[in-house]
Ligand binder design. Structure first.
Ligand SMILES: [Zn+2]
Length: 611
């Protein structure tokens, strides 16, 4: 039982209150499978139920809130009624099925139920859900697979990586049922390579190209396939796939993750983000689905390897891109649905609350530009892909904050609160006192029911000077206190350049609806170098025009000196506010990125323009 009081706790309650306990929302999501209008516009309405259910189950695992449990249970029971006589569950009609995003959405139906099964307390309901899942999967197996329609032939988008990501719930279904046919189906997906004409699993294993060079570069869907490959490794023990998963994760760290912990400057695509963060690009970038999927993928690779680098990545994503995307001020995106209404001739839509924003700016820009992955629902309301996935982000962060192994307790994240766990049959309470991430002092009070020996592993964050990894405290514990001080000096970051020996392949091609605009220049343009980013501990600092200096003006960070910390007043809430003076004595403020521009009207910047 973990009871925090800090940012992660607040975020979990935010989703529980504003999204997950709304029965009307769940009704709309289930209705998708009765109305079956996804085929009309090759849509993905069918993903909303399962994505949101996964988040709901993860949040419930933390809050244990009875009202949340009841709403989720009702949503599952309602879903069980949409199966057709032969078990088919789809937002597509039979005429349009097994195209576009159909399998992608069925993946989320199965996955959402599998996550619910982990919290379900009713054995009879569990059996009913499992029957529903098997029939739903069996319908797919009747048409897709070895000697039938190839998995990647079921989608004309992104070379079929979206369809191939059904790998994860199929492996989980095999684990639940031990029925070999589900594992055989998973093997078909893995041997088919994840994408048409491109074997992304082999490419990751070979490790010669970076993910943006694979030929298909849709970040979220590709990571989803590797989440599936990791599950496949866990049941088959084939070491090659374990290597492929780890190499893929490491390649993303090496080439894709931005200063705020998301990927993709060009829309939602891998594009060697690390060196492109200051490129002038007018479109949307840094999709919240990518941020959340990256956090989820890191959580699983962290469990697999025990390597703290993946916790470092989760931390950067969580405190910056992720928390910044939360729509805590209840804003409506400036143009949520115009394009679809114009295209389809709809005359109206119902304004719908999105708990999360879909894209995050890096150079001067604003939040709340558009509802990503939006689809109009049958009643005139709409929903978005990022809104549906978002609760899972804080869910996995909380899940990995304090973990228990055979003879160790691991502290990955430093949120204020209490964790009560059991090790070697003894109850252990960890009381964590800290203002992290605004401050680096962490005090952990350990109290055990009776003396017990174990190792307390405390993560040394990557940004902290000193050895990476975990500090180990091995002793017999009873009543003890561990005090840790992470120094948090300001760190300046400059745009990175292409390495000269990067292998280039000609992969500028049209994939799906988007032209994958891929960089060919080795040298930065001069204006792209005129930026600097500032971090302090795990927080990326940002300019926010509300502090008095426009975020798109020129910042002089040479010899900048901290004048005051956290003294800005009540103009708008933020976690950290620092006042600086530059070389000429002028003052400017930088605040934590997540708090910047949350009114969705203010221009903000993580990369500050300089001379
Ligand atoms: Zn999205």
């Amino acid at each position: 039982m973990i009871q925090f009081q800090g940012l992660a706790h607040e975020a979990a309650l935010f989703f529980q209150r504003e999204q997950l306990t709304d029965p009307a929302l769940w009704k709309r999501f289930v209705e998708v499978f009765r109305v079956q209008q996804d085929g009309e516009n090759k849509g993905w309405r069918g993903e909303y139920w399962g994505k949101t259910m996964r988040g709901g189950a993860l949040i419930y695992a933390y809050t244990h809130d009875a009202a949340l449990y009841d709403v989720l249970t009702d949503a599952v029971k309602d879903l069980l009624t949409v199966a057709e006589e032969d078990g088919r569950v789809s937002g597509y009609t039979r005429d349009t099925e097994f195209t576009s995003w159909d399998l992608w959405c069925r993946k989320y139906v199965i996955l959402g139920c599998e996550y619910y099964l982990e919290i379900c307390k009713d054995e009879a309901l569990k059996r009913e859900i499992l029957r529903f899942l098997c029939r739903c999967a069996d319908y797919i197996l009747a048409y897709i697979g070895e000697g039938k329609k190839r998995i990647t032939a079921t989608s004309h988008r992104w070379y079929g990586v979206n369809s191939s990501s059904i790998l994860e719930p199929m492996v989980k279904l095999y684990r639940l049922t031990e029925d070999q046919k589900y594992l055989d189906f998973a093997t078909h997906i893995v041997e088919n390579g994840g994408a048409d004409h491109v074997n992304i699993f082999e490419l990751a294993y070979e490790n010669k190209l970076l993910p943006y060079q694979y030929g298909v570069s849709k970040a979220y869907e590709m990571m989803s396939c590797f989440e599936g490959l990791l599950e496949y490794y866990k049941v088959t023990g084939i070491e090659k796939y374990k290597s492929a998963v780890i190499r893929f994760a490491d390649a993303i760290i090496a080439s894709e993750v931005s200063i705020i912990g998301s990927c993709g400057i060009t829309h939602e695509l891998f594009d060697h983000t690390r060196t492109r963060q200051t490129v002038a690009y007018d479109g949307v970038m840094q999709e919240t689905c990518v941020t959340v999927t990256w956090m989820k993928f890191c959580a699983r690779v962290l469990e697999l390897t025990g390597d703290s680098r993946y916790a470092d990545e989760m931390e950067r994503s969580f405190y910056n891109a992720y928390l910044g995307a939360l729509n805590v001020e209840h804003k409506e995106s400036s143009h949520p649905y115009e394009w679809f209404i114009l295209k389809k001739g709809y005359s109206h839509y119902l304004p719908t609350f999105m708990p999360t924003d879909s894209y995050s700016p890096l150079t001067p820009g604003k939040r709340g530009r558009v509802v990503g992955g939006s689809q109009l629902l049958h009643d005139g309301s709409y929903y978005g892909c990022c809104a549906a996935i978002s609760a899972a982000g804080v869910g996995v962060f909380l899940e990995q904050a304090v973990t228990v192994g055979k003879d160790c307790i691991t502290l990955n994240f430093f949120e204020r609160g209490t964790a009560k766990v059991e090790i070697k049959g003894v109850e252990v309470s960890l009381e964590i006192e800290t203002d992290y991430p605004a401050d680096g002092k962490v005090r952990v009070k350990v109290n055990t029911a009776k003396p017990v020996s174990f190792t307390l592993k405390v993560r040394n964050p990557a940004w902290h000077h000193g050895p990476r990894g975990y500090a180990l405290y091995t002793k017999e514990w009873s009543r003890d206190t561990v005090e840790i001080l992470f120094e948090m000096p300001l760190q300046l970051h400059y745009p990175e350049h292409w390495e000269k020996d990067v292998v280039y392949t000609d992969i500028s091609q049209t994939v799906g609806a988007y032209k994958a605009v891929l960089p060919v220049e080795v040298q930065h343009k001069e204006e792209e170098d005129r930026y600097v980013a500032v971090t302090r501990g795990p927080l990326t600092l940002a300019a926010d025009s509300r502090t008095g200096k426009p975020a798109d003006s020129v910042f002089d960070v040479r010899n900048m000196a901290v004048k005051k910390e956290n003294t800005f007043g009540d103009a708008f809430p933020c976690l950290l506010n620092m006042e600086f003076t530059d070389e000429t004595g002028d003052r400017f403020n930088l605040i934590d990125y997540a708090s910047a521009g949350r009114d969705w009207e203010t221009t903000i910047a993580a990369w500050l323009p300089t001379k």
